[in-house]
Ligand binder design. Structure first.
Ligand code: ADP
Length: 585
């Protein structure tokens, strides 16, 4: 019952404290995760935007240089002969941008008319009518070729029409080096380990160098993500599928990718999770530590709290048990400043009430016994006078009846005396004064007084003196104790028995034993023998009269003289009552 209440409190505390902490911890972790994923995605998208700007600008610059718009060819031709103005222009355009490696003019018949090449200043003029760059530009459209990788790095062909009033008159074609653009793109970093990669419109990985196992020129469209991005899918880095194993051998990454609308290239950003999630991991660990710490604190504190709550209840229960045992001096001291304290006070008031009732009862017994004693003594006086013949001679029959009355009256008187003694002792009215006495005196006088009674029952009554005889006690009370104990021994021992009184020194106490070989006390009765009015119900002792108060009084007297009383008994074999008293030093 006790532990169950404690366990209930314990469970209650733990649930009450742990559930919110866990819920809060979980929510914080979830929100953190969301915020972090958004941050990572934003960073990656920003990187893509920035690179997109750089690439777009690169193409605008280079193509812009190729798109010549002239009022009329005459304006150019007039200055010098035809080849020389074209030669001058290709050189000028070539010098306008570092990325150009070769610039050529192509006539409408598909024949190159002028050329400036970084590799070969005297490069041959070729017939290129079949090449797509010429065919596209001839139709008036800009041409962006596929990326190809050379020893000096990734390259690309650009071509644009030369127009006179919207009329295509020539085509300008250029071989462009992508090395610088790619270097700029690859120099970009997310954190320390995140990187940007580029794939051309046909899926080819554009780079200056190999990355992991992937070499420049590798066809990225073999890879689902890139082939999807090439066909227009956008990866933001927010999705679960944006966390994957990189083909570049950098382990688990979070990636974003997007196709550039005009050029058709795909910019892909990858950030190894090891770094990207590091901050999140740290914060997450801290949140988990705090959550765990809170839970541990609750687990440690809850039993203490539960025990505190249960303690007053247990105190009440223990005190109630004391009251049940008859101890009305018990008092609970609960100081919790709440209803439990009120309950404790109510309990104390209740016990006080019980004490008052007990006092009233004792008072009643005392008064009643006291009032009974006088008439009983008067009856005793008159009956003994009558029996002694003071009122003249009595017939034998009257004498028999009168002695019956005398015996009954004697029993009544004894009962009254016992009741008075009990009432006095219970009300604490017996204050026993002790002094150094010779214990032999009261014992010997008791033995002498009871010798006649013993002889009548043919019981041998002996007293063995001891060397140690001085005890701290009250002579009159010791005699009262002895009369009761020896009287009981004679009463509860059949004819031809024996009663022996002797001493034993035990440390600072003198023990007096009263040993008989009488009926003995049944095992089941032994625990109650010192209780008020308790008498053993057995066939041998049924006819022996008594009040059941003697031993109760004896115990009170011995204890008031700072001694103790106990007994050993075996039914049918005999009993030994023993009491100790402090030896006078
Ligand atoms: P009573 O007036 O009945 O003798 P006591 O308080 O003196 O009351 O004793 C209580 C009971 O203890 C007795 O009724 C008796 O059954 C038992 N008793 C006491 N002394 C002895 C003894 N020496 N031998 C056997 N039984 C005893």
């Amino acid at each position: 019952m006790k532990s169950r209440l404690r366990n209930k409190f314990l469970l209650f505390f733990i649930l009450l404290a742990c559930i919110p902490v866990l819920a809060l911890g979980g929510t914080i972790l979830y929100l953190l995760d969301l915020a972090h994923q958004r941050d990572v995605s934003n960073l990656e998208l920003q990187a893509i935007d920035q690179k997109e700007d750089e690439i777009t600008k690169f193409f605008a610059d280079t193509l812009g240089l190729l798109e010549l718009r002239v009022e009329s060819l005459q304006a150019l031709e007039n200055q010098e002969s035809q080849p020389s103005w074209q030669e001058r222009l290709v050189k000028q355009i070539f010098q306008a941008n570092d990325a150009f490696e070769e610039i050529s003019f192509i006539g409408l018949d598909g024949r190159e008319t002028a050329k400036y090449s970084l590799f070969d200043p005297r490069a041959q003029l070729l017939y290129v009518a079949d090449l797509p760059k010429f065919q596209e530009a001839r139709k008036g459209r800009n041409f962006i070729g596929e990326v190809y990788h050379t020893l000096s790095g990734p390259m690309l062909t650009l071509a644009a029409p030369v127009k006179v009033k919207e009329q295509v008159v020539q085509v300008l074609s250029a071989e462009v080096s992508l090395s610088r653009l790619i270097k700029a793109v690859e120099a970009a970093r997310l954190g320390a380990t995140g990187y940007v990669t580029l794939f051309a419109q046909n899926g080819v990985f554009i780079s200056d160098r190999a990355r992991g196992n992937i070499r420049p020129g590798f066809n990225g469209s073999q890879w689902d993500r890139i082939s999807q991005a090439l066909s227009g899918a956008v990866f933001t880095g927010l999705d679960q599928k944006d966390r994957y194993e990189s083909i570049f051998g950098t382990g688990s990454v979070v990636g974003a990718a997007r196709r550039l609308p005009e050029i058709g290239w795909v910019i892909a950003v990858e950030w190894p999770l090891k770094e990207a999630d590091e901050v999140l991991r740290n914060v997450r660990n801290q949140v988990m530590m705090v959550t765990l710490g809170s839970i541990v604190a609750v687990l440690l504190a809850a039993p203490l709290f539960a025990a505190r709550l249960v303690r007053p209840i247990r105190e009440l229960e223990m005190n109630a048990q004391e009251v049940e045992k008859g101890n009305l001096q018990t008092k609970v001291a609960i100081q919790t400043h709440d209803e439990l304290e009120d309950l404790g006070n109510a309990f104390n008031t209740m016990v006080q009430g019980l004490r008052r009732l007990e006092e009233l009862k004792e008072e009643f017994v005392f008064v009643a016994a006291h009032e009974l004693r006088t008439p009983s003594t008067v009856i005793k006086g008159y009956t003994s006078m009558l029996l002694e013949g003071d009122a003249g001679p009595l017939t034998k029959k009257v004498k028999t009846f009168l002695s019956g009355v005398e015996q009954a009256n004697q029993r009544l008187l004894q009962l009254v005396e016992d009741l008075l003694e009990v009432a006095r002792s219970e009300a604490g009215r017996i204050a026993i004064e002790v002094k150094d006495i010779d214990i032999r005196e009261p014992i010997q006088s008791t033995v002498e007084e009871l010798a006649l009674l013993a002889r009548k029952k043919t019981i041998s009554l002996t007293y063995e003196l001891s060397d140690t005889r001085h005890v701290l006690a009250n002579e009159r009370r010791v005699k009262e104790v002895m009369v009761n104990l020896v009287g009981n021994s004679i009463k509860y021992t059949p004819k031809k028995g024996r009663v022996r009184v002797f001493h034993e020194v035990k440390e600072k106490e003198l023990v007096t034993h009263i040993e008989d070989n009488g009926y003995g006390i049944p095992q089941e009765a032994q625990s109650k023998i010192f209780e008020k009015f308790y008498r053993v119900e057995s066939p041998e002792t049924r006819d022996i009269t008594g009040t059941g108060l003697g031993l109760f009084i004896v115990k009170q007297l011995v204890e008031k003289m700072h001694g103790a009383i106990w007994f050993t008994s075996e039914q049918g074999k005999g009993t030994t009552f023993s009491f100790s008293l402090p030896i006078a030093s």
